[in-house]
Write a protein that binds this ligand. Structure first.
Ligand code: GLN
Length: 305
């Protein structure tokens, strides 16, 4: 939108329906994916309202300042900035997480990591002849490369007796993760550690989970601009090929896990052939792969032999 156009918007009164229509039009012209949803989220963010309100009050006139703010956010989104960095939040596992450009935006497919971890823990209980109702009492968990802390927080929620350590090489990411643990009420059960991979997490733990950086730098030009130009490189790229972190991660997990302990890792769309051979006897057993909703091999789990 030109300066002239936004000046005009400033002077005229604009109602909810018209503002939304203009926002949608701007984002569509800029080839933003899911442009209607993005415009809605930005308008809700500016107004501090929910979607039901939005559609119940199409005639409501926006205060001039809100109209101006909305259009400036639309311009940011149109230029490629992800909606979540503009609104500062993303939902994951039913919780709202703060996100900043220092952390990867949590993805829905990462929820499979939580599901697989919980299923595998329950299975262990059944095999040990115990009831699979699981509080995770006394369980020590490490989330490697915790980023926003989304995996650590989800596991703390589902396993109220467990303690979680979230590691990250980025101190800036850990600051966000700490706030996410605190705002969701888990600050007392999640500790954060500035380290590369598991380095220093050093506890004899029962579960190691990670969604490591797994995109290949050689794929950089094929990424969406929202990802390529805005999400942190540290969180995205595993190396030239993408799978470079897995070998070190798996070796360290094998040293840190107790016998029978579980490793659950998220995979990149083509990581499996490089990762599966790393999880073999004599160190690992019961290897399983889970597909995501798009049919991509997304999670690999194994048990320390
Ligand atoms: N653990 C965080 C997530 O799953 C961050 C992962 C990362 O930065 N690679 O979203």
């Amino acid at each position: 939108m030109t300066d002239k156009a936004s000046a005009r918007v400033n002077r005229e009164t604009i109602d909810v329906r018209t503002a939304l229509k203009r926002g949608i039009g701007e984002l569509r012209n800029a080839n933003v994916p899911s442009y209607t949803l993005a415009a809605e989220l930005l308008l809700l963010h500016v107004l501090g309202r929910d979607r039901a309100w939005l559609y119940a009050h199409p005639e409501e006139v926006l205060p001039g300042l809100d109209a101006h703010r909305f259009l400036s956010l639309i311009l940011r989104r149109a230029s490629g900035e992800p909606t979540q960095y503009i609104t500062g939040k993303q939902e994951f596992w039913g919780f709202e997480f703060e996100v900043t450009p220092d952390v990867l935006i949590p993805r829905p497919e990462t929820e499979h990591v939580i599901e697989v971890a919980l299923d595998r823990l329950a299975l262990r209980e059944i095999r040990a002849g115990r009831k699979p109702t699981l509080a995770g009492d006394g369980l020590e968990i490490v989330d490697v490369g915790t980023g926003s802390g989304c995996i650590a927080v989800a596991l703390a929620k589902e396993l109220p007796g467990a303690r979680v350590v979230g590691t990250d090489i980025s101190e800036a990411a850990l600051a966000v993760a700490r706030r996410n643990a605190a705002r969701n009420g888990f600050a007392d059960r999640i500790a954060f550690l500035n380290s590369s991979l598991l380095g220093g997490a050093g506890v004899e733990c029962e579960l190691v989970v990670s969604n490591p950086p797994y995109i290949g730098r050689k794929e950089k030009e094929t990424l969406m601009r929202e990802v390529r130009d805005h999400e942190p490189e540290l969180a995205l790229y595993g190396g030239e090929e993408g799978y470079e972190f897995y070998a070190g991660l798996i070796a360290q997990a094998s040293e840190t896990l107790k016998p029978g302990g579980l490793l659950v890792l998220e995979l990149g769309h083509d990581s499996l052939p490089a990762v599966q051979p790393l999880l073999d006897l004599p160190h690992w057993t019961n290897v399983g792969v889970t597909k995501d909703l798009a049919g991509i091999d997304r999670v690999i789990a194994a048990e320390k032999a």
